[in-house]
Design a protein around this ligand. Structure first.
Ligand code: FES
Length: 107
């Protein structure tokens, strides 16, 4: 459920955009965070924990706890609560550790 009008802040939803979660299209609005847009579309599982492989979702909603890591537009471990949606954004849950990109000097 999207909050369309707040009693104090006024109109909240702006331009509608389409985002893709696991390649499925969902409606969101500019100025929403990715996490808020997913919650409004009833998507609450944003990934799994590394050690216990349990579902992870929003916890702090302000960029402090890293519970909401997701892969957004090809970038691993992006805090979805601190990232604004963009039209056509591709979002995937973090289901395991990212690939480690490193260059090894071979002398
Ligand atoms: S929910 Fe805590 S950093 Fe996003």
């Amino acid at each position: 459920m999207h909050i369309e009008k707040h009693p104090v802040l006024g109109r909240q939803l702006h331009t509608p955009v389409t985002i893709y979660f696991n390649d499925q299209p969902y409606q969101a609005y500019t100025q929403q965070s990715v996490a808020a847009a997913l919650m409004a579309n009833e998507i609450k599982k944003l990934g799994v924990s590394r050690k216990l492989v349990q579902s992870r979702g929003l916890f702090c909603s302000r960029g402090r706890c890293c519970s909401c890591y997701m892969t957004i537009d090809g970038e691993d471990h992006v805090r979805s609560c601190m990232t604004e949606v963009e039209d056509g954004m591709r979002i995937y849950p973090n289901m395991d550790d990212p690939e480690v990109r490193r260059e090894i000097d071979e002398d």
